[in-house]
Design a protein around this ligand. Sequence first.
Ligand code: FNR
Length: 188
Amino acid sequence: STYQVAYFVGSLSSTSINRTLSKALIRLAPDDLEFTEIPIGDLPLYSPDFDEDYPPEARALKDALAGADAVLFITPEYNRSIPGALKNAIDWASRPWGQNSFDHMPAAVIGASIGQIGTAVAQQSLRGVLTFCNARQMTAPEAYIWFKPEVYTEDGEVTDEDTKSFLRGFMEEFRAHVERVLTVLPRD
Ligand code: FNR
């Protein structure tokens, strides 16, 4: 069977290295994973005032997650934490109260930084948020990517064999994780 994976890129930058990483991951993923990006750049800032009547961008986000089997986060680290735009998207998805889109959903986290820390601190923060949102996170392998521009083409081809096999392995493990979680907790 095919698994539908919704993914978030946590950067709004037109030259995002995390977007490049997302392209690489999609290229290297097992064939039975199908990917749909959930855009976060046009979401208003979340307020409970919207709970009665979500705007179209937020409704689209809720629908996309409802239609997905799993969710993947590919994010930069901003000031040792989650970029605001991504946190805002997660807040939208987690509400209205009682309609948390991440409940029991298989999830994984990965990110690239221009420094050696490789988004490790942001990922810890994101994991805390996803824990509260009751997502079923893949806890290993971890992937803290120190982004080397020469290793990726613009459309996400990976030219270095070690990087390629690491990223391929990450996506194979993610697929196995999704299957394991959905075996115990099928989504409808
Ligand atoms: C950064 N950057 C950064 N890097 C890091 O490793 N730890 C950090 O805490 C931060 N903080 C941070 C804050 C802000 C506001 C910016 C704009 C950048 C650098 C970051 O790794 C670099 O800009 C990446 O290129 C961001 O990823 P995208 O947007 O290219 O995907």
